[in-house]
Design a protein around this ligand. Structure first.
Ligand SMILES: C[S@@+](CC[C@H](N)C(=O)[O-])C[C@H]1O[C@@H](n2cnc3c(N)ncnc32)[C@H](O)[C@@H]1O
Length: 271
């Protein structure tokens, strides 16, 4: 698939998810099989009760992340935050509360139905220090050196141009600015066919980066103080139904795959 084709597949998938959440259904089915709906090991229980009480119900219903970046990003009053691929807006609204009225939280998304839902959630939350922008994370519609913290929740793995995303993140961050994102990461070598099936289960349309490769790309974009911390580690057993629908025996591949697919919190700093 070309970069444009990947983007169109992603836009269609998340447009549908936004419409489900708008209708009041949980859209948390990160994997591409319906079997991964319900007790989804990737998207479920990411936020504590205090956080979910701070945002409208539809923002929680639309949550499709794999981490809790605003909780881990150590946000301070007055900071400007940008969420890459903001979806229904949950992490933007939580960030806006953390940075307070002197700060600002931007959400960036390319999918119209997600933006409409996010703006509805912003209005319900009554937050004025929030702005949702339409655009692509590979071409961020903000000036250079304008953001203190970049967050993102399970979006960079969807991009076919990860170098472009990281270069753009670096450009818009102020000197000293922080990159603080949740993403799916692969640890070490995994046979290509099995890797693709696990990635599809996790919902990585373009493919997750291998941990060392992620570090290398961040460093190439100019980032320093790079750290990748696992937050959830997945097992083939979690994906058993999905794998067996693809003709793969989860038990047979468990020893080569278990512990290699994870949600991680990725930190880096612009010097
Ligand atoms: C997995 S959902 C995550 C949404 C949100 N971060 C959350 O935690 O609920 C991915 C979101 O990223 C958006 N997205 C994916 N690729 C994008 C791109 N290249 N540029 C802008 N938005 C993108 C999709 O439209 C969708 O809303």
């Amino acid at each position: 698939m070309t970069n444009t084709e990947v983007r169109e597949v992603v836009r269609k998938k998340y447009g549908e998810a936004a419409r489900r959440a708008t209708a009041g259904d949980r859209s948390g089915c990160c994997g591409s099989s319906e079997a991964s709906c319900g007790a989804d090991p990737i998207t479920s229980d990411l936020y504590d009760a205090l956080q979910t009480r701070e945002v409208p119900e539809k923002a929680v219903l639309a949550s499709l992340g794999c981490g809790n970046p605003s909780a881990l990003a150590e946000l301070k009053g007055g900071e400007t935050v940008l969420d890459l691929g903001s979806g229904g807006g949950i992490d933007v609204l939580l960030s806006a509360r953390r940075v307070g009225p002197a700060g600002k939280a931007y959400g960036l998304d390319m999918t119209d139905d997600m933006l409409a839902l996010a703006r509805e959630n912003q209005a319900k939350a009554g937050l004025n220090n929030v702005e949702f922008l339409k655009g692509e994370i590979e071409n961020i519609p903000l000036p250079r050196n304008s953001v203190d913290v970049i967050i993102s929740n399970c979006v960079i793995n969807l991009s076919a141009d990860k170098d472009g995303v990281l270069q753009e993140a670096f450009r818009v961050l102020k000197p000293g600015g922080r990159f603080a994102v949740s993403d799916v990461v692969v640890r070490g070598e995994v046979p290509a066919e099995v890797r693709r099936s696990m990635e599809l289960w996790v919902g990585c349309i373009a493919g997750a980066l291998e941990e060392t490769e992620y570090r290398r790309k961040l460093a190439a974009a100019g980032f320093v103080e790079i750290d990748i911390e696992p937050t959830r580690i997945y097992k083939t057993a979690d994906a058993r139904e999905f794998l067996s629908a693809q003709g793969i025996d989860a038990e047979a591949i468990a020893t080569t795959v278990d512990g290699r697919f994870m949600s991680a919190f990725i930190r880096a700093r612009k010097p």
